[in-house]
Design a protein around this ligand. Structure first.
Ligand SMILES: [Zn+2]
Length: 431
């Protein structure tokens, strides 16, 4: 089979009118969608009605995104509990179960409804923004069994983009390589680590990844994508790889465009970044928990707490899409420590350390002295001689840049820190 003509993968939009809405218009659009889903969910989802009744709210009390703060956050653990009491969906479903096409079962166990007509926009937007185009032949290597991602979300979204799906599922690496070659498939959907397995298997067989295969675009999810792995894979195959973020409960919550400057929030979701302790919204540039609301009438998730931490930016993106972007996923809420009113996450600590190759081991210790929090970076260096004062100053500056609060650096002798010690040791006592 001959190689396909190269498509223009660099420009255009899946839903131009939505994707290029000016800021104020976008807010109006989202507020209007929000009022609609609140009305629908209150009427049709028992679980949502209970949630509103518990805090004495009526649908009319929720007019704007700011009003969402009044509604309690539903965590994954709450969802599991409620589903146990009231299977399969805990009363979160917005239509009678008899009208569904499928019931999916994810680890937890936690169930998700599969509607007759899949309408979610987010994943499809992500594919388009990442360069997928009509006529692409795509292997979908996510798992097709039990869980909704491959069959429901990815397969339908590829179809929406006019792509032809080969539902290969997970595993069978050698067969996947042969399928890629035989059909000259242009797209890959799966985890980055599985794409690496495919690359290694193809090389082992003796294929030239660029000449014998024809992969041009990759849509990856479900795993962190280190930049080093991305560039390695892009280089090996001569392809473009973009990542997406979301959950089985609520769908896509972010997708990268070719600009690779964070993950755009899809137009069928509202994302709030909140203080995990108070549930109050934080503005752009502040680290907090991702709390999401979907407009899905079949399974209206209103204020679903993902447990993931991120920062939102509203700075313009070169791609022309105007939706805000999640800068990146910083880690899990249950790993954060609050120091002087700001959240400090192990990922931020790692970020500081990664800028100094001289650092062998490190630990952040948080203490309290005269009712004030103190943060100390205890560092073991690779070289033993006394470290220059300059290095201490430099690292302290980086701490201020990355974590936004002041921290002291203390160099300690090699071997002081135990293997497997916590990255952040909170030694404060609150008596
Ligand atoms: Zn963009």
């Amino acid at each position: 089979m001959p190689k396909q003509d190269p498509k223009d993968r660099t420009s255009g939009f899946l839903k131009k009118n939505l994707e290029t809405l000016p800021h104020k218009k976008r807010l109006e659009y989202l507020n209007q969608k929000l009022r609609g889903i609140i009305q629908h969910a209150y009427k049709h989802s028992i679980a949502f009605k209970n949630k509103m009744d518990a805090v004495r709210l009526k649908p009319k009390d929720i007019q704007t995104i700011k009003d969402l703060e009044k509604i309690p956050i539903t965590k994954k653990a709450d969802l599991v509990e409620l589903q146990k009491k009231n299977p399969p969906f805990g009363g979160f479903e917005g239509i009678p179960i008899s009208e569904l096409k499928r019931i999916y079962v994810s680890p937890g166990p936690i169930c998700e409804p599969g509607e007759m007509e899949y309408n979610e926009l987010g994943w499809a937007q992500g594919m388009y923004a990442g360069g997928f185009r009509p006529g692409d032949i795509v292997i979908n290597t996510f798992s097709y069994h039990m869980v909704p991602f491959a069959l429901h979300m990815v397969d339908n979204s590829l179809h929406r983009n006019g792509c032809i799906v080969i539902p290969t599922g997970v595993g069978n690496t050698e067969q996947q390589v042969n399928i890629l070659k035989t059909f000259q498939a242009t797209g890959f959907c799966g985890t980055p680590s599985f794409l690496l397995n495919i690359a290694e298997k193809a090389e082992e067989i003796g294929f030239d990844l660029k000449k014998d295969l024809n992969l041009q675009v990759g849509f990856v999810a479900a795993e962190m994508l280190p930049e080093s792995l991305r560039s390695k894979l892009e280089e090996k195959f001569g392809m473009v790889i973009r990542q997406t973020y979301g959950t089985a409960d609520i769908g896509c919550l972010g997708y990268e465009c070719l600009g690779k400057s964070g993950m755009h929030i899809p137009d069928d979701k509202i994302i709030e970044i909140v203080d995990p302790e108070t549930g109050k919204q934080l503005g752009p540039g502040k680290t907090g928990e991702i709390v999401a609301t979907s407009f899905n009438k079949i399974y209206p998730m209103i204020r679903f707490g993902t447990g993931d931490l991120s920062i939102v930016t509203e700075t313009p993106c070169p791609c022309g899409r105007t939706s805000p972007r999640l800068i990146k996923i910083l880690g899990r809420v249950d790993q954060v420590t609050k120091v002087r009113g700001l959240f400090v996450h192990p990922g931020q600590v790692e970020e500081v350390a990664s800028r100094y190759p001289q650092i062998e081991k490190y630990q952040v210790v948080v203490t309290r002295k005269e009712h004030k929090d103190e943060m100390t970076f205890r560092i073991e260096l690779k070289e033993e001689p006394p470290p220059p004062e300059k290095l201490k100053d430099e690292i302290e500056r980086t701490i201020r840049d990355v974590i936004k609060i002041r921290g002291d650096v203390e160099f300690i002798p090699r071997g002081t820190l135990l293997e497997g010690a916590r990255k952040i040791d909170d030694q404060r006592s609150w008596e």
